[in-house]
Design a protein around this ligand. Structure first.
Ligand code: HEC
Length: 218
């Protein structure tokens, strides 16, 4: 074997061993308050974008996406389950969003392809905090959110409030585990004044996990 080839193989093995030791020994900066290295971020972002593009490409977009009733239904869902992370017209920031890394995109300023919106809403995104809502919501309900999100960038704060008010309160709730999601629509930026989103230590953690787990579909 040529010497340079041997050198490359040895360097490669040493690099993998060093990376493995670094990770195994617990040095990886796992905290959400430490940004990724630029190269890690690039690889992750491109992996995410390309995966969504590929996996969403055969989705059929229903023809009723501009149906007013569907959009109103989606408004109720969105205010209850999404606005806390993805904001809304008139909702500039939230404590949850400020602390998340990657930070959830502001869907009220950000026009998206409906196929990708559907795919991400249904399946979620690993290691990001974006839940797979398809485990607890049927496709029709997810399409209502897509229909609403499609309109969101053109909405004023007042139109947004009116539409959310029009949605039946229980339209926002679906399935056996629907009660208890309340973080939705706290208007105002709310960053300075303490813990008004999670009422103390117990409620948080007590209601979410577990209850959903056995809910897997067939
Ligand atoms: C706990 C916070 C959180 C909640 C609640 C949440 N998301 Fe997300 N969402 C995220 C994060 C974080 C990302 C970005 C993930 C990434 O970039 O890897 C994301 C990404 C997305 C994207 C992709 C946006 C883009 O530009 O690619 C869509 C669409 C989306 N979420 C829809 C929703 C909908 C609809 C709901 C409510 C049913 C929702 N999300 C609730 C955290 C959340």
């Amino acid at each position: 074997m040529k010497k340079w080839l041997v050198a490359i193989v040895v360097i490669g093995i040493a690099a993998v061993a060093a990376a493995g030791t670094y990770l195994y020994a617990g040095f990886y900066e796992i905290g959400a308050d430490t940004p990724h290295w630029p190269v890690t971020l690039k690889v992750m972002e491109s992996t995410r974008t390309r995966a969504i593009l590929r996996q969403a490409r055969d989705i059929q977009v229903p023809s009723n996406l501009t149906d007013a009733q569907l959009i109103v239904k989606g408004a109720g869902q969105y205010a209850t389950m999404c606005a806390n992370c993805h904001l809304a017209p008139g909702l500039e920031n939230t404590e949850t969003r400020s602390g998340l890394y990657p930070q959830p995109p502001n869907l009220s300023t950000h026009q998206m392809d409906p196929k990708a919106t559907f795919w991400v809403t249904k399946h979620g995104i690993k290691m990001s905090g974006m839940p797979a809502w398809g485990l607890t919501h049927d496709d029709d309900t997810i399409w209502s959110m897509v229909a609403f999100i499609n309109k969101l960038p053109q909405m004023s704060p007042q139109q947004y409030q009116e539409m959310v008010a029009k949605a039946e309160p229980h339209d926002a709730m679906h399935g056996p585990d629907a009660h208890g999601h309340s973080p939705g629509n706290n208007s105002g930026s709310g960053n300075e004044h303490g813990h008004n989103q999670n009422q103390g230590a117990h409620s948080h953690g007590a209601k979410k996990p577990g209850a959903h787990a056995p809910h897997a579909h067939d």
